[in-house]
Design a protein around this ligand. Sequence first.
Ligand code: G3P
Length: 227
Amino acid sequence: MLIIVFLVDLMQLFLDSANIEQVKEANSWGVIDGVTTNPSLIAKEGKDFKETVREICSIVDGAISAEVLCTDDSQKMAAEAEKLVQIHKNVVIKIPLNSEGLKAIKQLSKKGIRTNATLVFSVNQALLAAKAGASFVSPFIGRLDDVGQEGMQLIRDTVQVFRAYNLKCKIIVASIRHPMHVAEAAKLGADIATVPFDVLQKMIKHPLTEKGIQAFLEDAKKTSQKI
Ligand code: G3P
């Protein structure tokens, strides 16, 4: 009897942060496969952009997203991208999803430069990014929830379409606001979830774990077991 087993990779976790201490701490937990930044996250830290990206690359051995600032000229976007990939081999270029962005993604993919299409809010935008040659696509679910649309439905639809056509482009669930977003993304078979540090901390915690630890410590005092 022939049994065929399909091995599926576990959903990857990226850290959605430009804070070096958070990157170091999350990386030390052994659960981080990459990091995503954006201009707002970089601005929050108030440090030099390239230095920050370089430092993150020295901590985490995985895809590190850095975003171009030009949004309306594909040539300038590609030129910016070419400079950013000089920082480190793991840098992935975040490109906003508009027509110039698509042109830049196409141009960069021909050169073997990996891109992450960002600010994606519809399946059609995700499809266009994948067709243009993006390595990653980032649907922003929290921002959809904010305006009264179900963000997770976008992930459900995008996973369905990408799987139906066996697209190589990886889905990064972005704009995550709470642990349930992460669990749902994993249940839907998303490739990656990019998670803010506070959400990652919340994923660890459970009141019954804390209560159990305390009870075991109390009971251990009644035994001869020592640390
Ligand atoms: O990486 C970008 C994305 O995750 C942004 O999240 O919370 O600003 O919508 P947020």
